[in-house]
Design a protein around this ligand. Structure first.
Ligand SMILES: Nc1nc2c(ncn2[C@@H]2O[C@H](COP(=O)(O)OP(=O)(O)O)[C@@H](O)[C@H]2O)c(=O)[nH]1
Ligand SMILES: [Mg+2]
Length: 249
């Protein structure tokens, strides 16, 4: 196993450099994919990278979405022989302290994917906590209950090769449809999910919290994604039933 931490970032503000420093203290290498940011948040990371060979910044000129940024990072990672990528948010919501735990789980089961299961604090908006139950229900339906604990959480270790194979074949999974669709399609490909708890923080704007999730736009995106995935499930039903027997005997 050769593993890196991949951090997609779009206008993450001052939290970006903080997140990168914490991640770097826990792991090497760390690659940040700056996805057409216009807030200048990448400058501090680029300065740090100039003095740290284990920190790399990949810059995309135009905003292409979270999944698009992850894809860009995965291609470069595969070209350098990485087998696993831990993807985490750039905005301080995830805890770098979990990186070694998740990497150890991946090392113990390199054929699997390690999915974070959010442990919410009192700061979590009810809408977010309840809203994800809908997406989780659908993801479990689409995988015949193969065991996706949380379909939306972005703190995960992916095996690079199968994820790239799936993403290169699809024109979707480029924005916020990345996390749920990646988990579902990897399950379909026989990649076993292992769920590990991971704390998630919801920062107020005055604490540096930023979110690019728009309820209207992104719920339409997620709904059409689940339509696509239900149709995909139906088309693969016999194979999925056999897979389920093999994975959950
Ligand atoms: N590369 C890229 N990353 C994005 C984009 N939108 C969000 N992200 C990243 O995806 C992660 C989660 O996005 P965020 O806006 O915080 O969504 P939320 O946590 O669900 O509210 C963060 O690390 C963002 O920097 C985007 O358009 N491009
Ligand atoms: Mg966020």
């Amino acid at each position: 196993m050769k593993a890196l931490v991949l951090i997609p970032s779009y206008n993450s503000g001052a939290k970006l450099i903080e997140t990168v420093r914490e991640a770097r203290a826990a792991w090497a290498p760390i690659w940040v994919v700056v996805d057409g940011s216009t807030d200048g948040s990448e400058a501090a990371v680029q300065a740090a990278a100039a003095e740290d060979p284990e920190l790399r910044v990949l810059v995309l000129g135009k905003n292409g979405g979270k999944g698009g940024a992850v894809l860009h990072g995965l291609r470069a990672a595969q070209a350098e022989g990485f087998t696993h990528a831990l993807v985490m948010d750039a905005d301080g919501q995830h805890s770098a302290g979990e990186i070694p735990v998740f990497m150890a789980a991946a090392r113990a089961a390199p054929e699997a994917m390690i999915l974070g299961k959010p442990v919410f604090g009192g700061d979590a908006p009810l809408l977010r906590v309840r809203g994800r139950r809908i997406s989780n229900w659908w993801a479990n339906f689409e995988t015949l209950g193969l065991g996706i604990g949380d379909s939306l959480f972005g703190f995960r270790v992916y095996p690079v090769e199968p994820l790239l194979r799936i993403m290169e074949r699809s024109r979707w999974m480029r924005r916020f449809d990345f996390d749920p669709e990646a988990a579902v399609r990897l399950c379909w490909a026989g990649i076993r999910p292992i769920n590990l708890p991971a704390p998630v923080r919801y920062l107020r704007p005055d604490e540096g919290g930023v979110s690019h999730f728009h309820y209207g736009r992104d719920n339409v995106l997620l709904t059409s994604m689940h339509v696509r995935l239900v149709l995909g499930m139906l088309a693969r039903l016999p194979r999925l039933i056999r897979l389920r027997k093999a994975m959950r005997p």
